[in-house]
Structures are given as structure tokens and as C-alpha cells.
Design a protein around this ligand. Structure first.
Ligand SMILES: Cc1ncc(C[n+]2csc(CCOP(=O)(O)OP(=O)(O)O)c2C)c(N)n1
Ligand SMILES: [Mg+2]
Length: 410
């Protein structure tokens, strides 16, 4: 079983966690970088070994239907990210944030909770939106900020908002979603509801005050929340070894009495298993769990970033061999659940589906300038009415306002 500490009473909890949990913090040290060695160490919970063979004692033996749904989810977010980056490079959208290499964390966790649970994502979890059934076309409308966008072009691209599938809106300020998730979880507990809240943030996010406030309250109130930290080794250009003096991110849970574990974030079965256990603990009233999912950000921080300026290419090469999708594909092929032909079909199908949604989205006009004045007040104030009148007069004089330079800072 994964090494998440069971709740053995308040006295023993902190000591037990400190001793047994959280097997790893991998640090992108310059030394590791020079050697080009993989920074993933052996003491991380995993099910797939270095030859992608599953440890039979740990294999959760999921049904073929679930396994294939997970594989499709991982493949789909990769295809979506590839297309998103391409659209930005072609100048068709202004900004994109890819999640290359982090597919197993997104799908391994999302497949472990239910539609009644609430998700508080960071900006690097498009796969969770897709896996939970967000409308692909509407997601693409967000990228264009057009009139089909739920937020009417008022958000940055990749800041999706899908309340109907219990996904909180993505917001840029780091780790704000951690306290929001804890607040929601505290409410579930008070109302005796069965839902669990899941908060995602990055390694950099764990330096934010919101992370500490969230863990303080989550631990003290034993709220039904799971904290998922994606340790992708970097916060933009800052490697995790400069981010914290902690030996491992998972160690941070102990200070709040929160059982914690580090898991191989490129092993979807391992992520699914520890997440299932963490969700079950939360639902059973046993309080929060902190997961450190160890991975590597295979792409740039965003379409505005160039990692070659601060990151050794050898690190990338080392992690490429641990591609979570290829590892999982190998596992499925060994079980005769997947083959090259199925892969070819899936790739063609996904590409067509994404291309069709893009085509439709590109036909939509931008949101009307009138929409600027809507959604804040039920009845527009006299000042707003006046401003709207002025804008209309300007437009009559100079024509509709064109898009700005579409440059994004981050
Ligand atoms: C409160 C706050 N501070 C700084 C920033 C600028 N910023 C944007 S992304 C980022 C790095 C976050 O790194 P990490 O939490 O590891 O997540 P990752 O980008 O690796 O997924 C920073 C510092 C911000 N958006 N919000
Ligand atoms: Mg990071």
C-alpha cells in the first residue's frame, strides 16, 4: 500500500508522518543538471519500475475501461497542449500555458475522485477540465477570448471557468486556490456533506502564504481536502533547490500534522493509487493529505518563456525517457489493451476533434463592447450608462476598437 500514514491519533500523527511519509524531494541542483542525470530518486512511491513494469503487489488492477479512459485523457491533454502552443506561435491566440510531462498527475488524480467533489486547479491543469467533461469548444473560446467565452474575453487565455463541473475558475495569483479549497472543505464538514475539495498548486506555490494558511486551517479543522503539489522542479526560472531549504516538499505537511507522501508524478497508476487513498481518508473524516507529485516541466513555463536561458537541456533529455504517456502505453500494451493501430486511430480522432472546435471558435466575433458594461450591477449605474454612451459615440466616430498588441507578460 502507499505509505500515507493512517491517522493514529493526534499525538502520534506528526511524529509518524515525519518519520515515514514523504519519501522524496528531488532537487534540480546544478550538479544534477551538469551530469544530466535524472533527479528522480528511488525513494518515491511508484508502481511502474524503470522498465515500465508494474509491481504486481502494488498494481491497483483497474478495469480495462478505466485504464483506457485514463490513457485517452492523458493523450488528449497532450494533443490539446500541442495545438495550443501551435496556435500561439501562429499568432492566432495571444498566450498559452502547456502542461507537457504533467499528464499523469492530472489524470491520475482526476480519476480518483467523483463528480461530487470540487476541484480548485492551478493554471497548468487543462487535462482535469477535459477529463471532467468541460466542453472543448468553450475551452477553445476562452483561448480566443471571443463571444463564445464564458468570461466574455475578460480573462487571460487558459483561465478556464466551468462551474457546472465543479471546477473553480483558474486564477493567476499563485496558490490562492489553496485557501479557497480549504474553506469549501470546511463548509462541507459543517454541512455534513460528503464532498471532498482538491487543491492543486506548484512547487513554487508552496512558498506562498496562502499555502501555509490553507494547511494550517485544513489540519486544525481536519477538513476533507487533498493538497496536490506538482513539483515540476521549477517556478518559472527558479529551481526548487532555490525555492526552499526543505529537503522535500512533502516534508512541509508534517508541520501542520498533515500526512504526506511523495509519489512518482510520471507514474499514473501510482498517482491514482495515492490519490484514491487520500480522497478516501478525507471522505472518512480523517482529514487532509498532502501529495507531492514529482515530475518535470517538459515545456516552457508559458508561451512567453524560453527555458534554454536557464535550464540544462540534458535534464530535459533525461526526463524525456520517463514520459508518463509512453510509460503508461507500455503498461497497456503489455496487457494487450493497446497497440500501434489503436494509437494511430486515437491520434487522428483527437486531432480532428480539436481542429473542428478551433474552426468553429475562429468564426465567432469578439465579445461586443457593450458587454464591458454588463455583469457587475443588476441595473447599470448612471455613470456606467454615461460611459457607454461615450464609447458608442467614439465608435461611431472612429469605428470599432481593434485588438491591442495581444502581448502577455508571463
Ligand atoms: C502571488 C503571485 N506571485 C507571483 C506570480 C508570478 N508567477 C506566475 S507563475 C509563477 C511560478 C509558479 O511556479 P509553480 O508554483 O512551481 O508552478 P508551475 O508554474 O511550475 O506550474 C510565478 C512566480 C503570480 N502569478 N502570483
Ligand atoms: Mg513548478
Amino acid at each position: 500500500m502507499p505509505a500515507i500514514e493512517k491517522d493514529r491519533g493526534k499525538k502520534k500523527r506528526a511524529a509518524a508522518v515525519a518519520e515515514k511519509a514523504s519519501p522524496i524531494l528531488t532537487v534540480a541542483t546544478p550538479k544534477a543538471s551538469k551530469k544530466g542525470s535524472s533527479v528522480l530518486r528511488e525513494d518515491c512511491y511508484r508502481i511502474l519500475d524503470e522498465h515500465d513494469k508494474a509491481n504486481p503487489k502494488e498494481d491497483p488492477n483497474l478495469s480495462p475501461e478505466v485504464l483506457l479512459k485514463m490513457y485517452r485523457g492523458m493523450a488528449f491533454v497532450r494533443a490539446f497542449d500541442e495545438r495550443g502552443m501551435m496556435l500561439q506561435r501562429q499568432g492566432r491566440i495571444g498566450f498559452y500555458v502547456p502542461s507537457f510531462g504533467q499528464e499523469a498527475i492530472q489524470i491520475g488524480t482526476a480519476s480518483a475522485y467523483t463528480n461530487d467533489d470540487f476541484v480548485f486547479p492551478s493554471y497548468r491543469e487543462p487535462g482535469i477540465f477535459l477529463y471532467r467533461g468541460a466542453d472543448l469548444f468553450e475551452m477553445i473560446c476562452n483561448l480566443y477570448g471571443n463571444s463564445g467565452d464564458v468570461c466574455r474575453g475578460r480573462q487571460m487565455p487558459v483561465h478556464y471557468s466551468f462551474a457546472d463541473i465543479k471546477m473553480f475558475s483558474v486564477s493567476s495569483p499563485i496558490a490562492t486556490q489553496v485557501i479557497q479549497a480549504v474553506g469549501a472543505a470546511m463548509a462541507f464538514k459543517i454541512r455534513k456533506e460528503n464532498s471532498v475539495a482538491v487543491a492543486y498548486c506548484g512547487d513554487g506555490g508552496t512558498s506562498e502564504n496562502d499555502f501555509h494558511s490553507g494547511l494550517t486551517f485544513g489540519g486544525a479543522y481536519q477538513a476533507p481536502v487533498v493538497f496536490v503539489v506538482t513539483n515540476n522542479q521549477y517556478a518559472i526560472s527558479v529551481p526548487v533547490c532555490k525555492q526552499t531549504a526543505a529537503r522535500r516538499i512533502a516534508d512541509k505537511g508534517a508541520g501542520y500534522g498533515i500526512p504526506s507522501i511523495a509519489v512518482d508524478g510520471n507514474d499514473v497508476l501510482a498517482v491514482h493509487k495515492v490519490m484514491s487513498e487520500a480522497v478516501a481518508r478525507a471522505r472518512a473524516g480523517e482529514g487532509p493529505t498532502l501529495l507531492e507529485c514529482v515530475t518535470f516541466r517538459m515545456g516552457p513555463h508559458s508561451s512567453s518563456d524560453d527555458p534554454s536561458r536557464y535550464r540544462d537541456e540534458k535534464l530535459y533529455e533525461a526526463w524525456k525517457k520517463r514520459d508518463p504517456i509512453l510509460r503508461f502505453r507500455q503498461y497497456l500494451s503489455d496487457r494487450k489493451l493497446w497497440n500501434d493501430k489503436k494509437e494511430e486511430q486515437l491520434q487522428a480522432e483527437m486531432k480532428a476533434q480539436i481542429a473542428e472546435a478551433i474552426e468553429r471558435a475562429e468564426k465567432l466575433p469578439p465579445p461586443s463592447t457593450d458587454s464591458i458594461f454588463e455583469d457587475v450591477y443588476a441595473e447599470p449605474t448612471p455613470q456606467l450608462k454615461e460611459q457607454q454612451k461615450q464609447l458608442r459615440a467614439e465608435e461611431a466616430l472612429r469605428g470599432k476598437f481593434e485588438n491591442s498588441s495581444e502581448a502577455f507578460p508571463l
